[in-house]
Design a protein around this ligand. Structure first.
Ligand code: MN
Length: 206
């Protein structure tokens, strides 16, 4: 039996930031944005590609002596990290903030009661992430509604097949250089850089 081995898997690449590193100041410092994008996000891209290389190699060796569970754990972590960071950068913009508009505003009002109530719920989600992780607002196509999740790491406690609309990184690398251990102040400041047009666009694409 001849088993085809795909020789070269599609690789992930780091998307450039669409605004200058200091554009979100004073809310998020240039130093944080530079390290976060150029070092941390890049590490997830490289990690995802390294896991793909390992899978390619595993197939060539017919999985002999291969820890596929470990490789796939790495893949899940790094791909999720890559995707969440890619969304995070576009979910923010200089002079952002304010309120959601259009279809997103309608759905927030319908599913959370009001924009202010959504903001409270999302902030609570973010504040209460245990250790490292994310707060996300996601769309669930099955129930046709918006849900919030606290994600541990990049890939634990994810609602399967939900679509991220708005994501907030609460790993310490996202705020510690500027806010120290005061995650709450970082979250409050972050609302001033939210790009609601981008979030709205993500919702209308689904
Ligand atoms: Mn991060």
């Amino acid at each position: 039996m001849i088993i085809a081995v795909r020789c070269s898997m599609a690789k992930y690449t780091l998307p450039p930031l669409q605004y200058p590193y200091d554009a979100l100041e004073p809310h998020i410092s240039k130093e944080i944005m530079t390290l976060h994008h150029d070092k941390h996000h890049l590490a997830y891209v490289n990690g995802a590609n390294a896991a793909l290389d390992k899978l390619e190699n595993a197939r060539k060796n017919n999985f002999t002596g291969i820890d596929i569970r470990g490789i796939e754990r790495d893949l899940s972590f790094h791909v999720s990290g890559h995707i969440l960071h890619s969304i995070f950068w576009t979910n923010m913009k200089p002079n952002g903030g304010g309120k959601a508009g259009g279809k997103l505003a309608d759905m927030i009002n319908r599913d959370f009661g009001s924009f202010d109530m959504f903001k409270v719920q999302f902030s609570e989600t973010a504040k209460n992430v245990e250790g490292i992780g994310w707060a996300i607002l996601a769309y669930d196509p099955l129930s046709d509604q918006l849900l919030t999740f606290n994600i541990e790491k990049h890939n634990m406690q994810v609602g399967q097949n939900t679509i991220p609309i708005l994501v907030l990184d609460v790993w310490e690398h996202a705020y510690y250089l500027q806010y120290k251990n005061d995650r709450g102040s970082y979250i409050n400041a972050w609302w001033n850089v939210v790009n609601w047009d981008d979030a709205e666009k993500r919702l209308t694409k689904v």
